[in-house]
Write a protein that binds this ligand. Sequence first.
Ligand code: XMP
Length: 415
Amino acid sequence: MNELILVLDFDGQSGRAIARKVRDLGVYCEVLPHTAEIQRIREKAPRGIILTCPSGGVCDVPEVLQLGVPVVEVSSNAAVSREEGLKDFLYNTCACRGDWKMGDYAARTVQVLKEKIGDKKVLCALSGGVDSTVAAVMVHQAVGRQLTCIFVDHGLLRKNEAASVEQMCRETFDINLIRVDAAHRFLGRLAGVDDPEQKRKIIGEEFIRVFEDEAKKIGTVDFLVQGTIYPDIIESGTDGSAVIKSHHNVGGLPDVVDFKEIVEPLRLLFKDEVRQVGLELGIPAELVWRQPFPGPGLGVRVIGAITRDKLDILREADAIFREEINATGLDRELGQYFAVLTNIRSVGVRDGARTYDYTVGLRAVKTSDFMSAEFARIPYEVLEKVSGRIVHEVDHVNRVVYDVTPKPPATIEFE
Ligand code: XMP
């Protein structure tokens, strides 16, 4: 058990940021809504409590004050950034020693998984994203080939992505991997569909079906791995965040897999902690630092109806953009950067002849939480190089545009 600091979230927004800061300072921290029962707070036996109060407001906490542990109030934004004050609270007022270290966490969790799983069978849906990869590698370290990973290639992945996931699993870790090449199934169902929500729905459903077909071949397993992370489960104080798109991670797997229990080795970790653990476990850095990629993949980056040809065009353009961004070192500063294939065709000229080809859109954003974002001010020289390469190296593209819209009102993705 680690020393615990509790954040009681009164304003519904700064709780996570403070919890992350506390953890960065070496002390384990959880967030509870301000409506949490006093008994629940007492049972957690925190060393100290931080209240996030709306600016200008006060927190109503007489019961909390009677717990006999140090309590401090921080108002939105201002105090969050004052690291010294926070450090003083943790290490002097609450007398914490600072026992939250990712190396220890990884080793301890592997040990716990070993004991829990014993000689039983485990199944994991690998998406190639950071969370499912780190979760799978952790479980693999604990129980080796008792773990089977299923990786569904829906044909909507980026260039070389399926191959690199496969290579990492087989060569770096010797993970028992089943790669399902299901592009024909997905593209068949998607043919002619141009509504974004409809596309998402089809991709989500088909994913479950493909997975179900594979899981049936394996039969009953004891455990199903889920890459749930802490932000997925934090209860916010003012829960009313609007659902803007029908998305975020493919749900529904537990319904089609015959298993007894779920294991969630990352359940307590913030995203950056997941990355640290990933590095501790020896996962290649380029994979650990992979940017978020939507579950429906390039399916929502080819605007309108999807075809194999359009996907191929987009894959090439996107690979060029990412390659150039990485070459400049800008990648670490950007929340996401990718190309989309618009359904605009326009007139151009090449070698003295008229062309009528597609427009590629480039999107690069800076963001802290993906709820809001600003467009990245990428140097013109970089954009010039990217656009030059795309129009010369990728057939059927004669125009490249850069998106300069923040979110809101635009979203990060185009669909
Ligand atoms: P938007 O476009 O809503 O994206 O600003 C916010 C974040 O969510 C990702 N995103 C998705 N992730 N399934 C996912 O798993 C989806 O359908 C989906 N749509 C958007 C997006 O890449 C960004 O990180």
